[in-house]
Design a protein around this ligand. Structure first.
Ligand code: COA
Length: 447
């Protein structure tokens, strides 16, 4: 096993090219107050795929840009892992399709590269990063880097409560030794249980118990935090500059953040400082029954939310990680990786010297599993952020009317015969090019 520094060397984001404005377009059509989306869920827009886009094109486009920017050839990549919960084949992995796309534009091939596909709802993006980390730390990479692509079309059935949280996009990450962006640490915490909150049994749009999934997220995340502390030591709020968490919608992270803050301030000087204002945190031993304790804990948490201490921490540590999510919605496997970029980007925008700062990263997948680990921002983080063109991508999206949205939503339900015209013109990117004789999907690069 090597002891070299391993982490995310570079990252690229590809957003679906259509936009559904939640306040202007979705809310009026649904007969809802726009505040439900913008304030309640914390979302302004969803990024959706045009008719020629899917998980392969978005993933390949992100990976293509990443490889070009870093001056990489296929021979530099020893492993391609795709994380997705929107796969369209039970056998042939999406990574083979993405490698096939990349071979259309690069010299050489990926025949030497180990390829796979990871599934565990939204947490599989982080699991793929872990696999790459372990492969490199084990010394099996022969000097090569790993390409991890988290790509999803996160569409819900029409009229499902999750419809407002939809999104589509891909995040490509290069995992390598001596990374330019963030270094990963060895310690991890898990909270994992057999849960029935969100699943896709042989269907493209999920079956969701939305309210339950919120509670399962909180319960598993708490377990992961406690498990992390058993190996990484107690966490103090000042230890971390940012807390990028899985963001199905920003309101979810708002709920998780206050619980996390309560947990990590327990038995610290912050709890003492807050005691005058809102009392000390309830302790179970002071209560006769579980119900009374839970009620007191809820009251304390509500009061904590309104304190300057908490608000200051939230605004500095959590809020910046949600900026991109507000504009794109849920990207499932890519979501926590978008949150990381969003947070670090805000530090660059503020001109802060963030080298060496730590991130507390919380990933989550329904079904259900949470994972917590720590990352350290590396020397070249600024140039990695400045190389991104995500703002230009978001500004260039086609703004759908509600009728157009309905058509494009139908077209992405595994529909082989779609008559929906494309809304944007592909330019320098991979596109879906129809079905082959064995039911395979075909792709082409458009100059
Ligand atoms: N102004 C401000 N806030 C408003 C509002 C308004 N006009 N109308 C509603 N809200 C608030 C609600 O109070 C609620 O906030 P709270 O949870 O802090 O109380 C929030 O907006 C959402 O409203 P709600 O009525 O709970 O929405 P919903 O039941 O239609 O859908 C989910 C919420 C989470 C169930 C739904 O989005 C979902 O199923 N999502 C997919 C699953 C998911 O992402 N799970 C998360 C774990 S992975």
């Amino acid at each position: 096993m090597t002891d070299t520094s391993v982490g995310i060397d570079a990252v690229e984001i590809h957003a679906g090219k259509l936009k559904l404005d939640l306040a202007e377009t979705f809310a009026p059509a649904m007969g809802d107050d726009p505040g439900k989306y913008t304030k309640g869920l914390g979302l302004y827009a969803s990024s959706l795929p045009d008719t020629y886009e899917d998980i392969v094109t978005m993933g390949a486009n992100a990976a293509h840009r990443l490889m070009e920017r870093k001056g990489l050839e296929p021979e530099d990549i020893g492993r391609i892992d795709v994380a997705t919960e929107s796969a369209f084949d039970h056998s042939k992995p999406v990574s083979t399709y993405i490698a096939g796309c990349l071979e259309q534009v690069f010299e050489g091939d990926f025949h030497h590269a180990n390829k796979g596909e990871r599934k565990f709802a939204c947490v599989s993006g982080t699991q793929s990063v872990d696999d790459a980390y372990n492969w490199i730390r084990a010394g099996r990479n022969r000097g090569r880097a790993a390409l991890v692509v988290a790509t999803d079309t996160a569409l819900y059935a029409r009229d499902d409560p999750g419809e407002a949280t939809q999104g589509a996009g891909a995040v490509a990450m290069l995992i390598d030794e001596d990374p330019d962006f963030v270094e990963l640490s060895t310690e991890q915490g898990y909270g994992s249980a057999d849960e029935t909150d969100f699943l896709k049994p042989q269907q493209q749009f999920p079956s969701v118990d939305g309210k339950r999934s919120v509670n399962v997220y909180l319960a598993r995340m708490r377990e992961a935090l406690v498990d992390y502390e058993s190996v990484g030591g107690d966490i103090h709020p000042d230890d971390f500059r940012l807390g990028p968490f899985h963001t199905p919608f920003p309101g979810m992270v708002r709920k998780a953040a206050v619980l996390a803050y309560r947990h990590i301030t327990r038995d610290t000087e912050i709890e003492e400082e807050l005691a005058e204002e809102i009392g000390r945190q309830p302790r179970p031993e002071a209560f006769d029954d579980e119900e009374a304790y839970t009620e007191a804990l809820g009251e304390y948490t509500d009061a904590l939310k309104d304190t300057d201490h908490y608000q200051g921490w939230y605004d500095r540590t959590i809020d910046p990680t949600l900026d991109l999510s507000r504009e794109v919605g849920n990207w499932y496997t890519g979501s926590v990786h978008v949150a990381r970029v969003s947070g670090i980007r805000s530090l660059v925008e503020d001109g802060e010297d963030a080298e060496g700062e730590k991130l507390l990263v919380g990933s989550y997948g329904s079904g259900a599993q949470a994972e917590i680990h720590v990352e350290t921002i590396q020397e070249n983080y600024e140039s990695e952020i400045e190389a991104l063109n995500v703002d230009e991508q978001l500004a260039a999206r086609y703004d759908l009317s509600f009728d157009e949205y309905e058509d494009v939503h139908d077209a992405h339900n595994f529909d082989e015969e779609t008559s929906v015209e494309e809304f944007t013109a592909p330019d320098g990117e991979f596109v879906f090019d129809g079905w082959g004789r064995m039911g395979e999907r075909k792709y082409r690069y458009v100059e």
